[in-house]
Design a protein around this ligand. Structure first.
Ligand SMILES: Nc1ncnc2c1ncn2[C@@H]1O[C@H](COP(=O)(O)OP(=O)(O)OP(=O)(O)O)[C@@H](O)[C@H]1O
Length: 254
């Protein structure tokens, strides 16, 4: 079966430093993969290469076997390769419902020729409500973003990404900055993602990684040093040396 998403031999250097050093990775529908690695390992650079925000020096990015290497970020989103939005890009005075409706209209290429409120469109509103309910945001639907909790803003990022109907979802530290009391909501949202969606999550919170991921990829100094099951990752000598030693030694993982 052709992977839904693949990178082949991706390379990127800044100055003399190889930040992405011949990285190859593929995802199949339904995959739940965590990408982990120490600070400075090159995770953010890798995501930017995948989304088209950075150009690689060499290598390929493919969706369903077709290259996207020379496509810009918008074309990649249109093809189903979606990165979750960032809280910093939300509009503070708009509501969650308005954000999601706008994402739906953008997906359908209708965002630029709207008159009146997009919430007046029954079919858009129905889809918006379904997404809000899926993420447990229905009671917050019409409040201003500035008035809702940070954890709920992060759930809104995921809802907006889902509104774009992704085939592959890149989640950049979905629980970062969320108080412990609210991480359960993020976990529930992740558990409820569509079964056939391929998900690649970057996350530092190892408890979340081990609960979410069925496969773990470890990046260190721009290279993949491990790609395998969560139960094996903590026993891998190179991973222990590079990153996980204290966590594994504490016996918290499988
Ligand atoms: N635009 C750039 N110009 C020069 N060096 C860069 C640039 N972007 C990243 N780097 C360097 O590349 C290396 C990897 O950075 P990157 O942000 O991709 O790592 P990361 O794994 O996401 O780290 P963190 O977990 O701390 O966010 C770092 O040494 C960083 O200083």
């Amino acid at each position: 079966m052709t992977p839904v998403f693949e990178v082949r031999n991706l390379k990127k250097s800044f100055g003399g430093l190889a930040v992405t050093d011949n990285v190859s990775l593929s995802l199949r529908p339904g995959d739940r993969v965590a990408l982990i690695g120490p600070n400075g390992a090159g995770k953010t650079t890798f995501v930017n290469l995948v989304t088209g925000n950075l150009k690689p020096d060499a290598g390929e990015v493919l969706m369903a076997g077709e290259t996207l290497t020379r496509s810009g970020p918008a074309e990649r989103v249109r093809r189903g390769l979606v990165r979750s939005f960032q809280v910093t890009r939300l509009f503070q005075d708009m509501s969650p419902a308005e954000h999601i409706a706008l994402a739906i209209l953008q997906r359908d290429g209708r965002a630029n020729n709207m008159t009146g409120s997009y919430l007046d469109r029954p079919e858009v509103m129905a889809e918006t409500n379904t997404l809000l309910a899926a993420l447990g945001l229905e009671t917050q639907a019409h409040r201003k973003v500035r008035e809702i909790a940070y954890g709920q803003q992060r759930l809104l990022e995921i809802a907006m990404a889902l509104a774009l109907k992704p085939k592959v979802l890149l989640l950049d530290e979905p629980a970062a900055g969320v108080p412990q009391s609210d991480t359960g909501r993020i976990e529930a949202a992740l558990a409820g993602l569509p079964a056939d969606l391929a998900v690649l999550m970057i996350e530092h919170d190892m408890d979340l990684v081990f609960r979410f991921a069925r496969r773990v990829v470890v990046l260190a100094a721009g290279t993949i040093i491990f790609d395998g099951s969560p139960s094996d990752v903590t026993h891998d000598q190179r991973v222990r040396e590079a990153y996980l030693g204290s966590y594994a030694d504490a016996g918290r993982a499988a």
